[in-house]
Design a protein around this ligand. Structure first.
Ligand code: SF4
Ligand code: SF4
Length: 367
């Protein structure tokens, strides 16, 4: 375990940019902490935190200078790996006839700085869906291959977080190149850094660093244990896969439907929701056509359209589909849960619907 100073984050970003990476990380914009391309450490959200609750998200000034002392914002790394709107093909008429062109320019080589452990787990879930299946998605794999991941262990969970009960935090699991734990006290502002890959070690070797003191390692471990105890929420400790399978006809779905707006916010902010639709567009000349892919949602009525009509016409059936897929049938399809406990769907639901609370109500009604 090594130690770097806070002032060395700029050098880290310079090294990554020098290696050809586009560095993406958290920054303050429009009253939230969002993910965006960064060119310097001064763009990181130092001194900013977040207050979140069901249907509520507020950016707040911290009373210290922590840089990664905030829970997940509205955006996730999914936006960079599986963009919300993406051109798949174009077609043109020329002298030889109709000519198709494959998508676009090669994607940037990303370095993701500040990946929370829940979001690292979410990237693993997305990999299972879009990269490791029988039909890997070429756009996703082109973006995902070679991403340099700098995880930041979570010492400050928000009140909507429940990664511990989903097994994804507060310490980063496998899949990072570097993992950092931020420490800020009378001894300074610094990061314990652990290399998880050869590429990570090579970058770390180029930074000013020193061996971590045993007191720093023990302090970081204590901070992470405290964070695990401070999780704002928890999933009920039951077999969620079976719970949802046993509750297909629960009257509770109508109760949720009386509150749910079917707005799809929960699926848009979720770092693992991956559903898309395709759209073909032409220009007025008829000489040029494009096929686009954009995010879709199981909360949209036409998402379940089959010949002759939609299958899930009620909000109750659409919410049931979403939560059952997340917590139950995802296991059948992909071998994991579809939820990593990031809490975004709770904070960004305009009706304040809380996936942990709805699961707990199903447990109660089932007993
Ligand atoms: S379902 Fe909600 S808590 Fe779970 S990963 Fe998606 S947004 Fe996060
Ligand atoms: S659960 Fe909330 S965020 Fe999701 S569709 Fe319903 S109202 Fe929208």
């Amino acid at each position: 375990m090594k130690l770097i100073e806070h002032s060395d984050l700029d050098i880290l970003m310079r090294v990554l940019r020098g290696e050809g990476y586009t560095v993406v990380g958290p920054t303050v914009r429009d009253g939230a902490i969002v993910l965006a391309e960064l060119t310097g450490a001064d763009q990181l959200p130092t001194g900013w935190g977040v207050e979140a609750d069901a249907g509520r998200y507020r950016l707040v000034a911290r009373d210290d200078e922590m840089t990664f002392g905030h829970a997940a914002g509205p955006g996730s790394w999914k936006s960079f790996l599986h963009p919300a709107h993406e051109r798949l093909t174009t077609a043109e008429w020329d002298e030889s006839g109709l000519v198709f062109h494959a998508a676009a320019e090669p994607p940037p080589r990303y370095a993701f700085l500040g990946v929370r452990p829940c979001d690292l787990a979410a990237m693993g879930v997305l990999d299972g869906v879009l990269a490791r299946g029988a039909y890997p998605d070429p756009s996703y794999t082109a973006r995902r291959d070679g991403v340099f991941v700098i995880a930041v262990n979570c010492t400050e969970p928000g009140s909507t977080c429940f990664c511990v009960s989903m097994g994804g935090g507060p310490k980063a699991g496998a899949g990072y190149d570097l993992a950092m734990t931020e420490r800020l006290d009378e001894h300074g502002h610094r990061y314990l850094v652990d290399a998880g890959s050869t590429a990570g070690q090579q970058v770390l070797d180029r930074l000013p660093h020193r061996p971590a003191e045993p007191t720093d390692v023990a302090g970081a471990d204590a901070d992470l244990s405290a964070a695990a105890e401070k999780m704002g929420r928890a999933m009920p400790e039951v077999d969620l896969r079976q719970l949802l399978a046993d509750n297909r006809e629960s009257p509770h779905w109508d109760d949720i439907a009386s509150r749910c707006l079917s707005c799809a916010n929960c699926t848009m902010v979720c770092p693992t929701c991956f559903c898309t639709t395709t759209e073909d567009v032409t220009d007025l000349t008829g000489d040029h056509a494009e096929r686009w892919r954009r995010w879709d949602s199981c909360f949209n009525l036409d998402f379940s359209y089959l010949h002759g009509g939609e299958v899930r016409t009620s909000t109750a059936s659409r919410y049931r589909q979403w939560i059952s897929h997340k917590l139950s049938t995802w296991h059948d399809q992909f071998g994991t849960s579809g939820c990593v406990g990031c809490g975004r769907c709770i904070a960004w639901c305009p009706a304040g619907i809380d996936i942990t609370e709805e699961a707990a109500k199903l447990v109660d009604s089932h007993d």
